[in-house]
Design a protein around this ligand. Structure first.
Ligand SMILES: *[C@@H]1O[C@H](CO)[C@@H](O)[C@H](O)[C@H]1NC(C)=O
Length: 302
């Protein structure tokens, strides 16, 4: 079977769908874009290259996508317009399932071995649209800028909690109870963690931001069970490469400069990274962590 292709049929509809997808980023013309994850489960500013992987939420790829043996979009009901996969560059997929529409850049091809169970039976496109002049109509540049700005201000936020590395455990001690339950515990991990790191232990119950102020990391078999995934944000300030092996990352990741290389890795949260390569499962859960543009006012007083 030849790869399946179709020209973009209705640009206006695509732009409307994209605007509906990214209300936080587009926002009112006078207010700066709100740097949230929007509805996306995964955002890569560069490329997505995965095999044997599951992305439960919708994925926005501003580079190109290469997908083999994959399952995307299964974490939410079929949506009539919002894509489960939006790729600005070229996308190639085989042996997979795409549960939702796809809006793909020029020269994309999904082979017949890709199932699209959400596509309308009467829609000859199988729910896949290829060849929009601007890729997907999504304003990727605004999204990227907003996240770079949010990441920079997150990384500048002074810590409110204390960090220690003891016995291969990264220990996160919250601000005193007198600071209240509603504030955010911000941690700054200044130095690279030991390769023998076995777990991250948080001794509080608040929303958490962890700023990692070093370049590149290698996490294998790290246990993060004490972090509440929906309330935790991992912020990699130094960029570089994150190599994950046999690790379940509890929390969302905001790291515009980070290239993630995953093997037997699971993420419980949203991802916004430079690139994601390898084999990964990304669960789609509500993000109930800090509002990125309001962090300064929410940090626990020390
Ligand atoms: C995690 O946080 C959510 C709120 O964001 C809360 O509903 C849930 O109970 C928390 N889970 C645990 C195990 O504390």
């Amino acid at each position: 079977m030849p790869p399946w292709r179709l020209r973009w049929p209705a640009l206006a509809a695509a732009a409307a769908a994209a605007a509906a997808l990214l209300p936080a980023v587009r926002g009112a013309p006078t207010s700066p874009p709100s740097p949230t994850f929007g509805d996306w489960g995964v955002i890569t500013y560069g490329n997505l290259q995965l095999s044997t992987s599951t992305l439960e939420g919708p994925a926005l790829v501003l580079g190109s996508a290469d997908l083999v043996d994959f399952d995307i979009g299964g974490g939410r009901p079929c949506h009539p317009t919002a894509p489960a996969l939006a790729v600005a560059g070229a996308a190639h997929g085989r042996h997979g399932v795409l549960k939702g529409r796809a809006a793909l850049g020029r020269h994309s091809a999904l082979e017949r071995t890709v199932g699209t169970p959400c596509a309308d039976g009467g829609d000859a496109s199988r729910g896949v649209t290829v060849g929009a002049p601007a890729g997907t109509g999504v304003d990727g540049w605004a999204t990227r800028l907003a996240h770079i700005g949010a990441s920079a201000s997150l990384c500048r936020t002074p810590a409110s909690g204390r960090v220690a590395v003891e016995d291969s455990v990264l220990k996160l001690f919250p601000a005193p109870a007198s600071a209240g339950d509603a504030c955010v515990d911000v941690f700054a991990v200044a130095h690279p963690l030991p390769r023998t790191l076995s777990s991250v232990q948080y001794y509080g119950t608040r929303r958490v931001v962890i700023n990692y102020h070093f370049r590149s990391a290698d996490w294998a078999g790290v246990d993060m069970a004490t972090l509440n995934a929906s309330r935790t944000l991992h912020s990699y300030c130094g960029g570089g490469r994150l190599r994950l092996r046999d690790t379940e990352v509890s929390g969302s990741v905001l790291a515009p400069g980070l290239r993630v290389d995953a093997r037997s890795a699971e993420f419980r949260g949203r991802l916004a990274v430079e690139s994601l390569t390898g084999q990964a499962v990304v669960r789609y859960e509500p993000y109930e962590g800090v509002a990125l543009d309001g962090l300064a006012a929410e940090v626990c007083a020390v």
